[in-house]
Design a protein around this ligand. Sequence first.
Ligand SMILES: Nc1nc2c(c(=O)[nH]1)N[C@H]1C(S)=C(S)[C@@H](COP(=O)(O)OP(=O)(O)OC[C@H]3O[C@@H](n4cnc5c(=O)[nH]c(N)nc54)[C@H](O)[C@@H]3O)O[C@H]1N2
Ligand SMILES: Nc1nc2c(c(=O)[nH]1)N[C@H]1C(S)=C(S)[C@@H](COP(=O)(O)OP(=O)(O)OC[C@H]3O[C@@H](n4cnc5c(=O)[nH]c(N)nc54)[C@H](O)[C@@H]3O)O[C@H]1N2
Ligand code: SF4
Ligand SMILES: [Mo]
Length: 674
Amino acid sequence: MTEQHHTTCPLDCPGACALSVEIEQGSLKRVAGNHEHPFTQGVICGKVARFNEIQNGERVAHPMVRTGAKGEGVFKRISWDEALDRVAARFRNVMDQEGSEAILPYRYGGTMGIVQQKAIDRLTHRAGFSRMDETLCYTLGFSGWQAGVGAAIGPCSSEMSESELIVLWGIDAVATHINLMPFIKKARKKGARLVVIDPRRTRTAELADLHLQPRPGTDGALAVAIMCHLLNTNLEDRNYLVKLTDFDDQMEEHLLSRTPEWASPITGIPSKQIKEFATLYGSVKRSFLRVGLGMSRQRNGSVNVHAVSCLPAMTGAWKEQGGGALFATGDAFSINQEPVHRSQWMTTPTRRLDMSRLGPLLTDEQLDPPIRALWISNSNPAVSCPDLGRVHRGLRREDLFTVVHEIVFSETTRFADILLPATTFLEHDDLYKSFGQYTVQKGARLLSPFAEARCNSDVVNDLAKRMGYDDAPFSADASQLVNDVIRASDLPAPSQWEHNWIEITPDFAEAHFLNGFPTQDGRFHFYPAWSHAVMPDKPDHWPVTEGDQPELARKYPLDFMIPPVLESHNSTFTSSESTRKRLGPPQLSIHPQDAARRTISSGDTVRVFNDRGVLTMPAVLTEDVQPGVCSCPFGHGGWGFEEGIGANLLVDAPTPYPKGGALFHDNRVQVEKA
Ligand SMILES: Nc1nc2c(c(=O)[nH]1)N[C@H]1C(S)=C(S)[C@@H](COP(=O)(O)OP(=O)(O)OC[C@H]3O[C@@H](n4cnc5c(=O)[nH]c(N)nc54)[C@H](O)[C@@H]3O)O[C@H]1N2
Ligand SMILES: Nc1nc2c(c(=O)[nH]1)N[C@H]1C(S)=C(S)[C@@H](COP(=O)(O)OP(=O)(O)OC[C@H]3O[C@@H](n4cnc5c(=O)[nH]c(N)nc54)[C@H](O)[C@@H]3O)O[C@H]1N2
Ligand code: SF4
Ligand SMILES: [Mo]
């Protein structure tokens, strides 16, 4: 008999799709979308529809201990008791020798569930481990958004169906946020236009009425030039600017100096096209701007996101149904995660280490105390982190003790000293919020755990006890923690939920900031008031990318971007043979002009390199990228490269202003025929 259950996609994705799952005799048959959900409406992506490839694919079945060399991935099976006793003893030993901050738990977005994702945090807070600055994805973009709007909240993307103009700026929705497409389709049926702003001609861009292709890292210049043209042609909303923003004469004077003719050589977009878009943007009332994360992964990413966020304030589009902008929805969720995280247990704040700089941190001989032990869960830093050469070098250190809790054999599990099997979202309880829509959703345990797999939360509790911590929260199971979080957050008891979700959509006035923005003075801030004086005090082009450094630019003439791919979710799925077949080997997309200059033809093997390393791959000549820009996919990890390491080898890991972040699209390279 087939049973049908409702649950939630756990992946790090703005969709947080409501799922409908078919189970037959205790085994997963099918994953589909739940049509009743108000936002996701039955839509899911192809990769999660194929979740069977993970659920029933090759998985970590038992705890294991390393028997081969570091990084070789050779293990022998041990029991859970032995595995966790070894971890507890080693952690205690590190704490005695070097202090508790010599241990760093490293966890990210494998599951976004509130109970499972950061379960290790309660042990971190109890034992005083180092904490992580979570800069890998959101920080650069959010810092920019926060500088103007104040918080990650705004009109729900579903309002796009009522828009006259939809602008997808630095977001490849067809690949990364498929849920937007039905709303966009609906609007276009009524005559709405779609504009995509992306240096690459993506599948999303191919659907657009207008595709603007700025050079990577030049969105600030484009945004101010658009505002210049709006002001020059009286398309700004004066009343709105006066009532709800800090716009003043000085700002006006500044913006008027940033003409489309000035921006054209910076962005690579003809001034005529900048004006054409500005006129279109300024002459419709209901324009919906969806700002993606791709455009923020630059040294000037925060400045660029802030500049772009000024546009709906300039035209007053915020006031309209189907108008305004959205970066993310996360700040609308007032969920009390304290029952899971127990931050009050931390008596003295421990140090924070920047997760995007794992490589430099692991290889830093001055770091005091050094990192002697890592607890890695929900994450595959051996693929996803910048400066991957240093990450691998660090993970190979003989004096580093690394525990990896994983569902599948990933590139990170190869470096484990102790490898522990984890459950999938179908095998544990959890509760989900979202950063792209406005529902809180449940995810129940629907299947028995595979082999000896255990969920993050249970494993953390077990380890804590073995380390001598007997506090009551270390005895709560995941279903109890779900209920504790619901109660602490003043949400209705699950028994009262009509569906597998509850809606928390802000009302129109709040989502559209009719009565003010979530800033200190209630106004939208054209003046970003950055915490660092080196940053521009007004929206502007800030030339600080690798390509803006003359010597580097000469040595490495091409911009190199490493965006996500449709077929994989970050590196999740690439452990599966069938996904690899679907993906094919990684290729370098390069413009025919740049290829001709290097006598490269499609299919030729090329070397892509900078000071951080060399990667060998076949080239594909395509006008999807502009002259001066090349790109290769992120999802592959080391698979398919003869160097056996992923494309992030070529990504730098400094600390970009104002609060750090990862620079996946801000790297210069040279390319030559191998
Ligand atoms: N299929 C799939 N879906 C995913 C993921 C995945 O790996 N695969 N990852 C998930 C995660 S964790 C996240 S955070 C989201 C991210 O999803 P998005 O917000 O869409 O961000 P990215 O895909 O990183 O980049 C979007 C686009 O920005 C473009 N871009 C790069 N630099 C610039 C620039 O300087 N200016 C402009 N205007 N555009 C630029 C890139 O070419 C890319 O097409 O997707 C989620 N969804
Ligand atoms: N070049 C480049 N690099 C990027 C990006 C890019 O666009 N370009 N995107 C960046 C972004 S936006 C992000 S968010 C990061 C993502 O980086 P990561 O968070 O490292 O994401 P994944 O690579 O998918 O690894 C997640 C791992 O968690 C495991 N997992 C899933 N559920 C569970 C669970 O319940 N328990 C345990 N223990 N493990 C689980 C999965 O099997 C998977 O191997 O990558 C970043 N790296
Ligand atoms: S990965 Fe994103 S689009 Fe795909 S099912 Fe999950 S939430 Fe939906
Ligand atoms: Mo992300």
